[in-house]
Design a protein around this ligand. Structure first.
Ligand code: PLP
Length: 219
């Protein structure tokens, strides 16, 4: 299949999952994850009308998105990978949405940079939903307080929660837990679901899915 066929297929599967879950058409936003793919691989996806993209490395994103943005001004870029404090300035300058606010130190650095650059970004708090030692994220039990801290003390526009469930396990219960934490924290949006499990995530209330290899091919 071509990248165009794969994208069309993903769009159809998202529509079907919305319908099956009794959710409104268009309730779920597709974030096309273009990490490791260069600008020439991304252009056909932009040409098909996709406007929202995810990248996991600041430096890699800096190498391709300024040109793509100059060609297509209404793109929206999400950072979906871990962020070091010394990259906060570059991240705030380049991205529109940062989905990986996973500790107090980075939240403070992002708030300071957003103010310094007079940039209005949107943020997600990343939750370590399976309490895995190798994964980043706020623990489920700390999520509500951390969201309140980011909003009230740092004035960050936290619009949702993001998670990556443990690999090789049924993701459903983890998606359900993230939805519960979002309701308890007073946030509306849920970034959950990737190529292998986005249909399930939509059934559990995902408002955006982050799909990479199913669109762009294997990395
Ligand atoms: C790479 C990545 C994705 C996309 O993964 P695929 O399995 O290729 O769809 C989604 N979310 C995060 C955080 C990622 O790093």
């Amino acid at each position: 299949m071509t990248v165009e066929e794969r994208l069309a297929d993903i769009r159809q599967r998202i529509s079907k999952a919305e319908q099956d879950a009794g959710r409104a058409a268009g309730a779920v936003t597709l974030v096309a994850v273009s990490k490791t793919f260069d600008a020439d691989a991304i252009r056909p996806v932009i040409a098909m009308g996709q406007r929202i993209f995810g990248e996991n490395r600041v430096q890699e994103a800096q190498g391709k998105w300024p040109d793509l943005r100059a060609e297509t001004p209404d793109l929206e870029l999400h950072l979906i990978g871990p962020l070091q404090s010394n990259k906060a300035s570059d991240a705030v300058a380049l991205f529109d949405v940062i989905e990986t606010v996973d500790r107090e130190k980075i939240a403070r650095a992002l708030a300071a940079e957003a103010e310094r650059q007079a940039r209005r970004l949107r943020f997600y708090v990343q939750v370590n939903i399976g309490l895995e030692p190798q994964k980043a994220g706020i623990s489920p039990s700390d999520t509500r307080d951390f969201v309140a801290f980011c909003r009230q003390d740092l004035k960050l526009d936290v619009e949702g929660l993001m998670c990556i469930p443990p690999a090789d396990e049924n993701p459903g219960p983890y998606f359900a837990l993230l939805a519960k934490l979002a309701a308890a924290s007073g946030v509306e949006r849920l970034s959950m679901g990737m190529s292998g499990d986005f249909d399930t995530a939509i059934a559990f209330g995902a408002t955006s899915v982050r799909v990479g290899s199913a669109i762009f091919g294997a990395r």
